[in-house]
Ligand binder design. Structure first.
Ligand code: ADP
Length: 791
């Protein structure tokens, strides 16, 4: 049904027109003015317009002109209806305004109807043509669409990636052959199961979450996940991407997706990262056990579901670490190892790797292989429970020596090891080997450093001589004992530096050593080893001296004691004789011998006692002010009571004032007694002994000069040593213990004094003793005195 627009300002005219056109069965639209007509034309298409010419305001011509101006209505035929304008000009005006016809009132309804129906028919023809054209266009479009779809499918099939498309709901509607082959499923199977069956369980949650999000927002979907490859059951990493295609309104009409296999790249990256982390873990500890345990830990679950490190202990492999994410399974594996230890002759697995030093890779552990491995059914059951799928064992070697084996096993992850994995494992093992070596080196260095520290602190001299006879090490004690600095001897030949020492071998030998012009005695022993000889030594000079002293003491004292004892014994036995009558004076003499010799014995014993007290520094010293002159006079008086024939003692006249001395009076008297006794004793041919006392600086000097045997210059300091005697064997028949001068020196030292000996002019000796003076108060205290008083 077409629209026919009737335009007239008079309703009765409209009504009449409607009546005439009714039978045509078209849709008649009324317009009551030119404006109304224009409005109606905006709303709908019309086939023909019947337009009254004479209308107030916008007349028919004007209305027609406006209709013709509009593009949408310019082609619509207009029939003018008029009663008046029959003249030529009016008609011309109507045609030029776009009229196709004129109908003059009163008009013949039949003519009008037929005219209108011609225009309607024309309109319908046009409409039909237009619709046909549209249809044609649609068909062409559909064909085009089909073609383009086919093209992109071809494109999709030619891709190395898995390509798929999905409905806006996410349901798959196309999957390329490559994907179907990978999953070994038909399209319908894949649609039915969706992704859930093929995505790694660990990645599924994340994948669904992201996919749902993309479906909800229409934003691109991007994810990395593992997809199960049907051919071997392994999961390979894929990069999955999908973008939405939208229509003009922005609604998603299709998802285009692709899955790109990035497994190799991903594993390479992961391997790299793993090795970096492993490097850090390996460097973290210098305890190789900890290091290797760390490696085992690191490998799970990164490159294995199981990892195990075995080390060679006493030629056999011992498991050092087992790792699995589930501790319960670790227990199971350990139990398995205890119950069914691997035979060292096994043809596969760690023992085999240990024997051959070559890595082992089993991409797939078949049922037969498992059965081969198992000792019995129970064993097989346990092994099955662990679900081993694939394994690799690599030797852990340092400098070509296999120290252990690292094993990686895949189980629940379903991964299959290939040559790249083995290369990674070998790389890891190499790094572990280096770490173990470093740890060992460090330990050795530490031990050496420890040994060196010990060597530096031990009291014994220690030195090392290498195979070529060169001194390589010389410790601090060695420097101290010999006085030879390490810098001066290390690097030199031993025989040049210390002639005679190179011949030493084995147990302690005693060798002399010249040091500072004195002879020292060294006890040295040597131990040889592969790389040379280690010598240890210590200075036994003091010990030897002590030993000598001990021997001297025994010899001297026993002789010294024996002489008076023999005299006492002889006298007593004689007195006791009944067979002879002894004269009274003889009796008195014998008794006198007993008294004197007893006194001598007492003297010896007292000296021994005093010497030991001095040695132990236990002697009590009472320092006071003593008058030097009185002291010397008393000493001379006492000596005179038993002077042998031919000996005279005299005190030289004292010049000037002699100040009192700060000393222990009894001890100073003993010193002077001893010097005077010695002067008498060592003047066997008799002679004059002169004593002098004089003030000297802030001290008082005593001197005892004799013309006796004298003392050789080299012995002048030694005679003050304990038990030292110039004539130990008493070839001259003069006895003594060798203690007197030692005691004298020690007593003098304790009051800050000095004692020394000098040769007398022609013959004999002069012994000097200097004791600090007690100075007069007005002269003020001196250092020396202060020190003396403190003592
Ligand atoms: P002794 O008991 O042997 O006299 P001393 O310690 O008193 O011990 O003396 C040590 C040694 O010094 C003596 O054995 C002696 O050889 C020597 N000697 C000491 N005084 C004299 C002296 N006046 N003249 C010569 N030699 C002396």
């Amino acid at each position: 049904m077409a629209n026919v627009l009737l335009v007239d300002d008079r309703p009765e005219n409209l009504l009449a027109l409607e009546g005439i056109l009714e039978p045509l069965g078209q849709n008649l639209i009324e317009a009551h003015s030119g404006e109304d007509a224009l409005r109606q034309l905006l709303r709908q298409d019309v086939a023909v317009i019947l337009l009254d010419v004479q209308m107030p305001e916008l007349d028919g011509f004007e209305t027609a002109r406006l209709i013709k101006q509009r593009e949408r209505t310019s082609h619509v035929p207009i029939i003018f209806i008029t009663a008046i304008s029959k003249d030529e000009e009016q008609v011309f005006r109507g045609y030029s305004a776009g009229a196709v016809d004129y109908v003059f009132k009163p008009f013949n309804p039949q003519v009008l109807r037929s005219k209108v129906s011609v225009f309607i028919e024309l309109h319908e023809k046009n409409e039909q043509l237009r619709r046909q054209a549209e249809l044609l266009k649609e068909q062409e479009l559909a064909e085009l669409r089909r073609e383009s779809e086919e093209r992109y499918r071809f494109l999709a099939e030619a891709q190395p990636d898995q390509i798929w498309t999905a409905q806006p709901s996410g349901e798959l509607d196309y999957v390329n052959q490559r994907a179907l082959d990978y999953f070994d499923a038909s399209f319908s199977e894949l649609v039915k199961s969706g992704w859930t069956q093929v995505v790694h369980p660990e990645d599924l949650g994340r994948m669904l979450e992201r996919w749902q999000e993309a479906l909800g927002t229409g934003q691109p979907y991007d994810n990395e996940l593992r997809l199960r490859r049907a051919s071997d059951g392994s999961y390979r990493w894929h990069l999955t991407r999908a973008v939405a295609m939208t229509n003009r309104r922005g609604d998603v009409v299709k998802w285009f997706g692709s899955n790109t296999d990035i497994d190799d790249q991903k594993r390479a990256e992961e391997a790299q990262r793993f090795l970096v982390e492993a490097g850090a873990a390996l460097a973290a500890s210098l305890d190789y056990r900890q290091t290797l345990a760390a490696v085992a830990k690191l490998a799970v679950p990164r490159i294995a579901d199981w990892s195990r490190v075995d080390m060679v202990v006493n030629d056999r492999l011992r498991t050092l670490a087992v790792e699995h994410v589930d501790p319960h399974k670790v227990e199971l594996a350990l139990e398995l190892g205890r119950r069914y230890p691997e035979s060292p002759d096994a043809q596969q697995g760690p023992p085999h790797v240990l024997r051959t030093g070559k890595s082992e890779l089993a991409s797939e552990i078949s049922e037969e292989r498992l059965a081969e491995l198992a000792t019995d059914d129970f064993h097989l059951g346990l092994v099955r429970e662990l679900g081993f799928q694939s394994y690799m064992c690599v030797p852990l070697a340092v400098h070509g020596r296999v120290l252990g084996v690292i094993s990686f096993v895949s189980a629940e992850s379903g991964r299959r090891y290939g040559p790249e994995d083995l290369a990674l494992a070998e790389d890891l093992s190499r790094r572990a080997g280096t770490a173990v070596e470093n740890a060992q080196l460090y330990r050795e260095v530490e031990e050496r450093a420890q040994a060196a520290r010990v060597l530096e602190t031990v009291g014994d001299g220690v030195f090392l001589v290498d195979g070529a006879g060169i001194v390589r090490l010389w410790n601090r004690a060695a420097e101290g004992i010999t006085g030879i600095r390490g810098d001066d001897i290390v690097g030199r030949r031993l025989e040049e530096a210390l002639a005679g020492w190179e011949g030493i071998s084995g147990n302690a030998e005693t060798v002399p050593l010249e040091r500072d012009g004195r002879e020292r005695w060294i006890s040295i022993s040597a131990v040889s080893f592969d790389e040379g000889t280690v010598y240890a030594f210590h200075d036994i000079t003091e010990e030897r001296a002590l030993e000598q002293i001990r021997q001297d003491l025994v010899a001297t004292v026993s002789h010294e004691l024996r002489t008076p004892l023999a005299a006492i014994y002889g006298s007593a036995v004689t007195l006791d004789r009944r067979d002879i009558e002894l004269q009274r004076d003889v009796q008195a003499k014998l008794l006198n011998v007993i008294v004197e010799e007893s006194a001598r014995l007492t003297g010896i014993v007292n000296d021994l006692l005093l010497a030991s007290q001095l040695d132990a520094d236990r002697l009590d010293v009472q320092i006071g002010s003593c008058d030097a002159r009185t002291l010397v006079e008393d000493v001379i008086a006492a000596a005179r009571t038993h002077l042998p024939d031919g000996v005279q003692v005299a005190l030289e006249p004292i010049a000037g004032d002699v100040p009192p001395v700060a000393a222990d009076e009894a001890q100073l008297r003993q010193v002077l007694d001893n010097l005077l006794d010695n002067a008498v004793k060592y003047s066997p041919a008799g002679g004059d002994i002169r004593l002098t006392v004089e003030a000297a600086d802030e001290a008082v000097r005593f001197a005892v000069a004799d013309g006796g045997l004298g003392i050789p210059a080299v012995e002048q300091s030694r005679i003050f040593e304990k038990f030292y005697r110039l004539d130990p064997d008493m070839t001259r028949g003069i006895g003594g213990t060798g203690l007197g001068l030692y005691i004298a020196r020690e007593l003098v030292r304790r009051v800050n004094g000095r004692i020394w000996v000098e040769p007398n002019d022609e013959q004999g000796s002069i012994f000097y003793v200097e004791i600090p003076a007690v100075l007069q108060p007005e002269s003020g205290p001196t250092h020396r005195e202060e020190a003396a008083v403190r003592r």
